[in-house]
Design a protein around this ligand. Structure first.
Ligand SMILES: Nc1ncnc2c1ncn2[C@@H]1O[C@H](COP(=O)(O)OP(=O)(O)O)[C@@H](O)[C@H]1O
Ligand SMILES: [Mg+2]
Length: 364
């Protein structure tokens, strides 16, 4: 068993609020990714759950039992550290077995378990190598073996794939999920990498400044972001400041410096209100210039499956468009179309769009 519940957990370091009334429930066997920019409170959260750090207020329950007064080794959790380090002078096997020996397992039992964990990570044939003889991806697997060996049902993974290059990362990503699922473990994995979260998670919890902003399946997070922060973090939406010009029963027209976009997504907005308009780059359709939403192609960048256009309107507004059309040359004039159902509207956050974007990129 391995269910986990956080109830209103808060933690501050002096003036810094690292976690603020954080509540989150994870079912037995679920893979949950907590996603947030650097400084959002992810490592603090895992340390508190692991018992390495004490929260100021709130409770933690594991399998329904309040564990706030339990020491780390009695919590049924195992933590993979963000900046893991293997002991350079120990073999892979010794590295993995070390934690068990420290806990009083006899040498043979510890090494048998370590070998089993290495087998799961497809590394048993490297048991007698030294860390320096292994690639970065392999070392990461060793660190994972060390995390799972304890037999805990809940894995707490702090950016476990962050030090890997893209190709190894995507391989290990699927292995990691498979492995957690096959062993029936529960995973709480924290990262600032959106693609990683989308690929791995049963559910994603996005956090910002120590608070949960939204929880949902990867699909829900991408299709129904609840505010500008989530939209900007999870998707490649073009975000634009606009003013609500007209409100009718089923749609809202927004003016973005003389560019009018109609949105038919639900939400309540008032005439004259400042809003943030969001359109995903794939949802702009490019067609021959016809007098409406005319813009000029400033740049055209070829990518794997599509072309990314940077287009500029007369009023200076720039947006990104993904298209699979060919023959769209730099300097050409085109018109854009967008289905009103693909035009997202969000209340304008305090400080406007600029402040929201700074928060997403972690620059403040
Ligand atoms: N031991 C500490 N002392 C003071 N401030 C800390 C300490 N640990 C974390 N913080 C602060 O708490 C906030 C959250 O940090 P952290 O949990 O490490 O975020 P993340 O892992 O999401 O990058 C940051 O502002 C960080 O500077
Ligand atoms: Mg961290």
């Amino acid at each position: 068993m391995g269910s986990l519940r956080l109830s209103n957990v808060s933690k501050r370091f002096g003036k810094v609020v690292a976690l603020k009334n954080m509540s989150l429930e994870i079912s037995d066997g679920e893979y949950v990714v907590v996603l947030g920019p650097t400084g959002a409170g992810k490592t603090t959260l895992l340390k508190i759950i692991a018992g390495l750090l004490k929260q100021d207020t709130g409770e933690i329950y594991i399998d329904g039992v309040k564990v706030d007064d339990y020491p780390p080794e009695e919590r049924n959790v195992s933590l993979f550290f963000q900046n893991f380090a293997l002991f350079p002078h120990m073999t892979i096997l010794e590295n993995v077995a070390f934690g068990l020996k420290v806990r009083g397992y006899d040498s043979r039992e510890a090494e048998n378990r370590a070998l089993e964990a290495l087998r799961l990570m497809h590394l048993d044939n490297r048991a007698y190598s030294y860390p320096r003889e292994l690639s970065g991806g392999m070392q990461q697997r060793v660190a994972l073996a060390r995390t799972i060996i304890t037999g805990a049902s809940i894995l707490l993974l702090d950016e476990p794939l962050s030090q890997l290059d893209a190709k190894i990362k995507s391989e290990l990503q699927y292995e990691l999920r498979d492995f957690v699922k096959n062993l029936g473990l529960t995973a709480l994995h924290v990262t600032n990498d959106v693609e990683e979260a989308l690929a791995l998670a049963d559910r994603i919890a996005i956090i910002n400044r120590g608070e949960v902003v939204q929880v949902g399946t990867p699909f829900e997070m991408v299709e129904e972001p609840k505010d500008v922060f989530v939209a900007g973090f999870m998707t490649d939406m073009n975000l634009m400041e606009g003013i609500v010009e007209e409100v009718s029963t089923n749609s809202v027209i927004v003016d973005i410096g003389n560019i009018k976009l109609r949105s038919s997504r639900k939400g309540s907005f008032r005439r004259g209100e400042m809003v943030i308009v969001g359109v995903k780059s794939k949802d702009f359709k490019v067609q021959k210039a016809d007098g409406e939403l005319v813009c000029r192609i400033e740049d055209s960048i070829f990518s794997f499956k599509y072309r990314k256009l940077i287009v500029c309107f007369d009023n200076g507004l720039r947006v990104q468009v993904k298209t699979d059309k060919s023959g769209l040359e730099k300097g050409a004039y085109v018109s854009l179309r967008v289905d009103p159902n693909d035009v997202y509207l969000f209340p304008c956050p305090k400080g406007g769009l600029r402040a929201a974007i700074a928060e997403i990129t972690g620059v403040s």
